[in-house]
Design a binder for this molecule. Sequence first.
Ligand code: ACO
Length: 333
Amino acid sequence: MDSTPLRSRITGTGSALPDKILTNADLERMVDTNDEWITSRTGIKQRRIASEGEFTSTFAVLAARRALEMANCSPEDVDLIVLGTATPDFPFPSTACIVQHEIGARNAAAFDVSAACSGFLYGLSIADKYIRSGAAKKTLVIGAEVLSRIVDWSDRNTCILFGDGAGAAVVEAAHGDGNNALLSTHIFSNGSCWELLYQPGCGSRNPASNSQTLDEKLFYIKMEGNDVFKHAVRAMEDACTAALDANHLAPNDISLFIPHQANRRIIDAVSKRLAMPTEKVFVNLHNYGNTSAASVPIALDEAYRSGVIKSDDLIMMAAFGGGFTYSSALIRW
Ligand code: ACO
């Protein structure tokens, strides 16, 4: 029996996006905005939007199947599914349970994680702890959102930012330091700022059935953009510093930085603070906007499938979201 410690390995990645594209030009016809403002303030050019009949689970299932296929892993061998989302199909049951049923992962325990844009990295951290403790062998970690259903399409401050989609990773137990090893995960919260970014309605405080929820449109995302921006930059830097320190690494050692795709200016500010050159920073938000919990796994999948990630590369991922939550992970590919 191998006595080296159990480690997590990423053996497959997958992603799925709606076909429907909403460009900045389309938004110009919906609210008082323009392509120049959106591009210069956010870097976003277009986003994908779910059509009628498409839900968070629709994209989560597709992304999960693609990740399982890459990992050459049967759904029946999966023993844990963790799904990060702020826009589940239903308040309950969890979207993870719907995915479990749809993909036929009948031996898996399944639950959702509520950590907003950090949902995937929170899920990765949970899966990693299960694997290192020996409690799980093959896990599926998913980030999936249909934010377009909780965005106020008449509010130009928020509707330009968000998009829909899902990303997934198969995370398996292995002994020793093989390829695609997850070196560390770090998760943090700052609950004192929860009111800066949240969905006021449809929970127990303001139930969906409440007339106030409907009259005051409490079912839409509320956000203090400027404050969120400042916290996001500091928090993602802190999460990355924690990852680097724990592994005795310097920013210079990183081959590719995959930050949460919220805003080009947030990404640039974090990269600058970490002295990370632009060519080492993966950016795809011009195509998809901010897909919240889905953004990091979609970017990871795209970076890998397009050949940007090479064997032995050191990959650093970081996210920040409502809560506030913030997080990081390091992989030796
Ligand atoms: N088109 C044109 N003008 C606009 C638009 C728009 N879509 N939206 C706002 N404006 C106007 C404002 O009304 C304001 O006008 P005023 O000066 O006459 O009042 C002006 O532009 C400047 O507005 P600010 O809010 O100061 O613009 P800022 O440069 O801060 O950019 C933005 C706003 C893009 C929301 C930015 O603050 C941001 O990205 N914050 C982070 C938010 C975020 O990413 N949230 C996602 C969840 S958390 C996460 O994922 C990190």
